[in-house]
Design a protein around this ligand. Structure first.
Ligand SMILES: NC(=O)C1=CN([C@@H]2O[C@H](COP(=O)(O)OP(=O)(O)OC[C@H]3O[C@@H](n4cnc5c(N)ncnc54)[C@H](OP(=O)(O)O)[C@@H]3O)[C@@H](O)[C@H]2O)C=CC1
Ligand SMILES: CC(=O)N[C@@H](CCC(=O)OP(=O)(O)O)C(=O)O
Length: 338
């Protein structure tokens, strides 16, 4: 058994992760933490999420200096379900204690520290750890994830986009033009903290972050191809749907596209749907990536759907933890059909 501690356990991704760990055959939930000032400290996690009564009757503890000593003694794995700015400060502390750190934030995903000034609005405080961090896109980097001490679990929108596009890029089917990604996310993607722009009653369907969303460099870095990425916030609770417009290289046939996707055919958490187009409904509360596509000549439209809190966050974190623990990556995800 590996002992796991979650920092930021009261948030949407943290609570989702806590529920997966509590049910996992090889992980034991050793502690759930929030900030020292949290309004939720010393409450039961199941008080915030009553659907987990019985499973998560675990106290939310403040992350004090004393708590760091307890974590030092008790934890094998530390999961950071905190804002990027919090994660970049916390990760080196746990890494110095020799812990394996799984960071669900974007704090360690980008290779170039200048991108943190440009897209995240802060100077990265640990360029050395940034260099050592391994990107946690489970289906693509398992050997590297297995060896790393710091895993930067891939972002939600990038997880969908990269699984849809990397097969085509690797098969050399993309023309040089930027790929256009139109994405819609449910409101849980914005986290649990109250905010007028993401208040459920205020949300209709609107784009945001044109040209400058932090997932633009994340997608283009790991795709090694330019992208035009436009996220939208939709009036549903969870799920992401991306419609991706691709200009193919001349003479690319349907068989070439089909063949390219075969690289993912045996992945237990990827469902290739061919010309049947995915929907949010098909993936909500599911650990899967659903990918469908249709082609007309050199134009290819790929549609990809994930649950932002599972494959886009907690589910993929579990995959990375399984890989580090030398277990099948879907353990605790697929067989329970979460
Ligand atoms: N929501 C999603 O769909 C996805 C989120 N992510 C990433 O995961 C991370 C968490 O996101 P999400 O769950 O949505 O966020 P939430 O806002 O829902 O939760 C944030 C959590 O962090 C805690 N927290 C805040 N400050 C501190 C601190 N200084 N020390 C310890 N705990 C702290 C909060 O509790 P309190 O403030 O009460 O202390 C809360 O538990 C973010 O980096 C996000 O980008 C990644 C993929 C998808
Ligand atoms: C709807 C919404 O606001 N989504 C968030 C992305 C989700 C998230 O938390 O980002 P990471 O996957 O990078 O951690 C956003 O656009 O900032």
């Amino acid at each position: 058994m590996k002992n796991v501690v979650i920092i930021g356990a009261s948030g949407y991704s943290g609570a989702e992760l806590a529920s997966l760990i509590a049910k996992h055959p090889h992980f034991s939930l050793k502690g759930c933490y929030v900030s020292e000032q949290s309004l939720d400290k010393n409450k039961l996690l199941s008080e915030l999420y009553p659907e987990h009564t019985g499973l998560l009757d675990t106290f939310l503890l403040p992350l004090t200096e004393q708590a760091l000593n307890v974590i030092s003694d008790q934890a094998d794995y530390v999961c950071l379900c905190t804002d990027h700015k919090v994660s970049v400060e916390l990760a080196p502390k746990f890494l110095a204690l020799g812990k394996k750190v799984f960071d669900l934030s974007g704090g360690y995903r980008l290779a170039n520290s200048d991108d943190y000034d440009n897209y995240y609005g802060f100077e990265h405080p640990s360029p050395d750890w940034l260099e050592k961090a391994q990107y946690g896109l489970a289906e693509w980097y398992a050997p590297e994830i297995k060896k790393a001490q710091l895993i930067a679990v891939a972002g939600c929108y990038p997880t969908a986009a990269l699984n849809a596009l990397k097969p085509l890029k690797d098969a050399n089917l993309l023309s040089d033009e930027p790929v256009i990604i139109n994405a819609v996310s449910g409101v849980t993607g914005a986290g649990r903290k109250a905010n007028m722009a993401t208040h459920f009653c205020e949300v209709s369907l609107a784009p945001y972050g044109l040209f400058n969303h932090r997932h633009t460099p994340e997608i283009s870095q790991y795709l090694e191809h330019p992208v035009l990425f436009t996220p939208h916030l939709g009036n549903f609770a969870r799920g992401i749907l991306e419609t991706i417009y691709i200009k193919l290289k001349p003479n690319t046939s349907a068989a070439h596209v089909e063949q390219a996707y075969q690289v993912l055919a045996d992945e237990p958490l990827i469902r290739l749907k061919g010309s049947v187009l995915p929907s949010v409904k098909g993936v909500v509360k599911q650990p899967y990536v659903d990918i469908g596509w249709q082609q007309q000549g050199e134009q290819l439209i790929v549609v990809v759907a994930i649950d932002n809190l599972l494959k886009g966050a907690a589910g993929q974190a579990i995959q990375c933890m399984n890989i580090v623990n030398e277990q099948p990556s879907y353990l605790g995800l697929k067989e329970n059909n979460v």
